[in-house]
Design a binder for this molecule. Structure first.
Ligand code: NAD
Length: 497
């Protein structure tokens, strides 16, 4: 078992380079979703705590301790952070599993990805950027990229470490200072990350973390005039609220929101490959993945065969505590979320869907105190049903049938979301033709889920605004300035007197 450091046992906030309890002294229990036990208590920040973090961030930005140092120097901090993530990889992996519930194998990937993300942005920030223009003499016009200022970063619980890093690494690389808020459900690995920031000597006030309720601390970050930008990952409903709130101070917003992503399986696909990826698409992360392939669309000639094989394999998935070596799928993150997912399964049946497998909470084999749900398949569904239209965010998939390419595309695009989508076919031209028609920001052909720090991540439609990762993810955290320099310094003579 990992030895927890002091600030991780009783999680404090990190403001202006110091570990702080909430001003009001409140704390919130943090649970292990596999056992329902309290693993730690986190400081429950208030508006006053959020403001302290915002002012620390503003002061550090104005002092130039971060924005004015060279890209090379900033990169060297990011590289040290990446090295520390590697050094603490085992501890971070176990903490992530304990707090979020995901299997160690998944948590281990997240930790490795987090280190890689810091390295990617350490490299990218030293690349050439900006532009120059040939305009009329005697002017020289150019464009430079600058940090935005104080960036408010708000993240969800499904990838507590990785979602934090996807924002923090590019925001810091670009020279911003940050006020970061983890999910109230999963503050453990973010706290460890801030311990690393302290260890590598990040100047005080550059990276601040405040914990607490979304409508209190998160709302303050989104509304405060000293915050220049808010970058949010979470539910679409919260995203809309943040966008409205941020409008009052005309903050730049970047929103990574929910999804109900289609995974289209054509009859000419490699059958076992398609089944395999479709399982991975929905049950990885217990379906608590924004890009989950939660709507499987299957060409009618192979529909029955596909459902039969998919169900057979879904039933064999080993569900259990994330720290058990045989576990393939962990619990849901919280009791409240468990209830939401079970409610959707019940709703689906009321709407007329049939449960082809699963459908229940698991209450045996020592799992009764955790928040475990069986891998669930719903069939006999219609496009207008809520279980087809709404994000369930659990191990629940609907399998629909389609007759041809045109109908597949129509069904695939037929929700308010547009985050991700997959196509399985052995016809290369058809694969590309269909993904080009998907109104989604992230797509795969004959694959599902892999993502890369180099490639932009984000959604169309109500799945978000802006992109994380890649060069696009850095640009989210940059302002663009036009500079025009007169090379012939003499009066223009526009007015005669
Ligand atoms: P959520 O919207 O409930 O919460 C996300 C964060 O917002 C939390 O830190 C929360 O405290 C905060 N928050 C809540 N209310 C707020 C308010 N009024 N003002 C400011 N902040 C507020 O989402 P969740 O349940 O934590 O996460 C699940 C959702 O996240 C799913 O919809 C999933 O699809 C989405 N998600 C999207 C991506 C993506 O890249 N598109 C990635 C991961 C998760």
């Amino acid at each position: 078992m990992v030895e927890l450091k002091n600030s991780v046992i009783n999680l404090k906030m990190y403001i202006n380079g110091e570990w702080k309890e909430a001003k009001g002294g409140e704390t919130r229990p943090v649970y292990n979703p596999a056992t329902g036990e309290v693993i730690t208590y986190a400081s429950e920040g208030s508006v006053a705590d959020a403001r302290a973090a915002i002012f620390a961030s503003r002061n550090a930005f104005e002092a130039g301790v971060w924005s004015d140092i060279s890209a090379q120097e900033r990169a060297s901090y990011l590289l040290k952070i990446a090295d520390k993530i590697d050094e603490y990889a085992d501890e971070l992996t176990q903490l992530e599993t304990m707090d979020n519930g995901k299997p160690l194998r998944e948590a281990g990937f997240d930790v490795a990805d987090a280190a890689s993300c810091f390295r990617y942005y350490a490299g990218l920030i030293r690349n050439p950027d900006g532009q120059t223009y040939h305009v009329a003499d005697p002017m020289q016009a150019m464009v430079v990229r600058e940090p935005i200022g104080v960036c408010g970063l708000i993240v969800p619980w499904n990838y507590p470490l990785l979602m934090s890093v996807w924002k923090i690494a590019p925001a810091l690389a670009a020279g911003n200072t940050i006020v970061f808020k983890p999910s109230e459900l999963t503050p453990v690995t973010p706290t460890k990350l801030f311990e690393i920031f302290e260890e590598v000597g990040l100047p005080k006030g550059v990276a601040n973390m405040v914990m607490g309720a979304g409508p209190v601390v998160g709302h303050e970050i989104a509304s405060h005039p000293e915050v220049d930008m808010v970058s949010f990952t979470g539910g679409t409903k919260t995203g809309k609220h943040i966008m409205k709130t941020a409008a009052d101070t005309m903050k730049k917003v970047s929103l990574e929101l929910g999804g109900k992503s289609p995974n289209i399986i054509f009859a000419d696909a490699d059958f076992e490959t398609a089944v395999d990826y479709a399982l991975f698409g929905i049950y990885a992360g217990s379906g608590q993945v924004c890009s989950a392939g939660s709507r499987i669309l299957v060409e009618e000639s192979i529909y029955d065969k596909f459902v039969e094989r998919f169900v057979e394999r879904a039933k064999n998935i080993q569900v259990g505590p994330g720290d058990h070596p045989k576990t393939e799928m962990g619990p849901l993150v919280s009791k409240q979320h468990l209830e939401k997912v079970l409610h959707y399964i019940e709703l689906g049946q009321k709407e007329g869907a049939t449960v082809a497998c699963g459908g229940n909470r698991i209450v045996d084999n020592g799992l009764e105190n955790g928040y475990f749900v069986q891998p669930t398949v719903l069939v006999d569904v219609k496009q207008e049903m809520r279980i087809v239209q709404e994000e369930i965010f659990g191990p629940v998939v609907v399998i629909q049938r389609f007759k041809d390419e045109e109908e597949a595309i129509k069904l695939a695009n037929g929700t308010v979301y547009g985050l991700a989508g997959g196509v399985f076919t052995n016809d290369g031209a058809k694969g590309l033709r269909v993904v080009k028609k998907l109104r989604s920001g992230i797509t795969w052909v004959n694959s599902y889920h892999p993502t890369y720090n180099e490639a932009p991540w984000g959604g169309y439609k109500q799945s978000g605004i802006g992109r994380s990762l890649g060069t696009f993810g850095l640009e989210e955290f940059q302002e663009i300035k036009q500079i025009n320099v007169n090379l012939q310094v003499e009066p223009i003579g526009w007015f005669s007197n």
